[in-house]
Design a protein around this ligand. Structure first.
Ligand code: AMP
Ligand code: GLY
Length: 415
């Protein structure tokens, strides 16, 4: 069995490790990162669709998993399908559920899937958008329609800020084409959780839920980031909440995609918020979440390749999950998510015991691991409950020696 993982971050490292743990002998990652010792790296970028397809054909790859949304929106799955290769992920038409916030909102509206009330405006409708804002309550959420590397969402506290943000987005100042349209959305208050499911057509198999800590500093202070820590499951969300999310969100969404003629095969990630009226959708992603994947996949006992190949063949699959819980902490470069330096030497990694270390942004220089990104490493521990996993991960992360990094000390602390 030969598998290929497309992407280069902690999420892809977790997928690579899972394949290795399952006993897959040949695991490739394009382009991968130098911390992925378990994989053979392939020097092709995520969106170089023709090169990836040709390489996978030449190397007779049995199964490909696509990590990042940019690759999906570049049509990598369409190209693999056309070449008769098996790639697990949505084609471009289905990936629009993440690739266009307006597409997702219209789908939810049409099929009565609970989400925040919204308005949609394009760059010829700046005045209409400003009038709409006058009628809304603050805070309010402004979202660039297209992909903006996780940065296209701004929560505005005042009307002035909201108007400035809408003008800035619609004139293309900060996000270019991605904000040629915007979604203006009601602010929802409540506990957030991430619910990922393996999906093939109208079949779906949920994973344990996870919680992602988005703010940079303890106590949810500081700027939004790509995620500073995560745990699975999320004790503030009950089994009833999860059942409701599956019934009211996941099931109708996969059915809606079928009805629209754009059936979804891949990982459907629902970003949800538990409101007084039940769970509502804040976003859909068309792929494994990052860093959720790093805390969820270690709990999957069933081999991943068997699962994904089964789903691609239209078969029913059986998933077994460990009864354990996981906590993961991101080690980030000082200054992240604003300006930060690269190139600081990281030592002590070989002393860590009984944890998984996923590389997010590292490089090898003269045989030494050095920082090479905002989020550098993700350390994950497993235990019978969150408290045990938390204690373990914080004990082990202290063994990592690097002058130029920081991490939150309150991940899984208030559950
Ligand atoms: P996204 O890029 O869609 O994941 O949004 C980033 C973050 O913004 C989410 O994780 C939420 O914390 C927040 N957010 C997005 N939409 C809303 C909303 N309607 N109400 C409250 N918070 C939101
Ligand atoms: N953790 C959020 C995401 O993967 O987009």
């Amino acid at each position: 069995m030969k598998v290929l993982v497309i992407g280069r971050g902690g999420r892809e490292h977790a997928i690579v490790k899972k394949f290795k743990r399952d006993g897959v002998t040949e695991v490739f990652c394009a382009p991968g990162n130098p911390g992925m010792r378990e994989a053979t790296l392939v020097d092709i970028e995520e969106t170089q669709v023709a090169k990836l397809t040709a390489w996978a054909q030449t190397n007779k790859i049995d199964l490909t998993v696509v990590g990042p949304e940019m690759a999906l929106m570049a049509g990598v799955v369409d190209a693999f399908d056309a070449a008769g290769l098996k790639a697990f992920g949505p084609n471009k038409a289905a990936a629009y559920i993440e690739g266009s916030k307006a597409f997702a909102k219209r789908l939810m509206e049409k099929y009565n899937i609970p989400t925040a009330a919204y308005g949609e405006f394009n760059n010829t409708q700046v005045e209409e958008a400003l009038v709409f804002l006058d009628e809304q309550q603050m805070p309010i959420v402004i979202k660039a329609d297209g992909l903006a590397a996780g940065k296209g969402v701004v929560i505005c506290q005042t009307l002035d800020e909201a108007k400035a943000t809408v003008k800035d987005m619609l004139t293309g100042a900060s996000f270019g084409e991605a904000s040629a349209s915007v979604v203006i959305e009601e602010f929802l208050d409540g506990e957030e959780f991430s619910l990922m499911s393996f999906v093939a057509g109208d079949q779906f198999y949920p994973m344990p839920i996870a919680r992602d800590y988005k703010r940079a500093y303890d106590g949810d202070k500081g700027l939004n980031t790509g995620g500073m820590g995560a745990h699975s499951p999320h004790p503030l969300i009950s089994d009833e909440d999860i059942q409701m999310a599956l019934e009211k969100v996941v099931k109708p969404t996969v059915q809606a995609m079928m009805s629209e003629g754009t059936p979804f095969t891949g990982i459907l990630y629902a970003g949800l918020i538990k409101t007084a009226e039940g769970p509502k959708v804040i976003e859909f992603n068309a792929r494994f979440g990052d860093p959720e994947t790093e805390v969820v996949l270690p709990l999957l006992e069933t081999p991943l390749a068997t699962t994904l190949l089964g789903l691609l063949a239209g078969k029913e699959v059986q998933l077994n999950w460990l009864n354990d819980q996981t906590v993961g902490i991101v080690l980030a470069a000082k200054g992240y998510p604003a300006n930060y330096a690269k190139g600081a030497v990281i030592s002590g990694l070989e002393q860590l015991e009984d944890v998984d270390v996923y590389h997010m942004g590292t490089e090898l220089v003269d045989g030494e691991v050095v920082t090479n990104g905002g989020r550098v490493l993700f350390v994950v521990a497993k235990g019978h409950d969150l408290a045990i996993a938390r204690e373990k991960v914080y004990t082990e992360i202290k063994k990592i020696d690097c002058d130029d990094v920081f991490y939150r000390s309150d991940i899984a602390g208030n559950v």
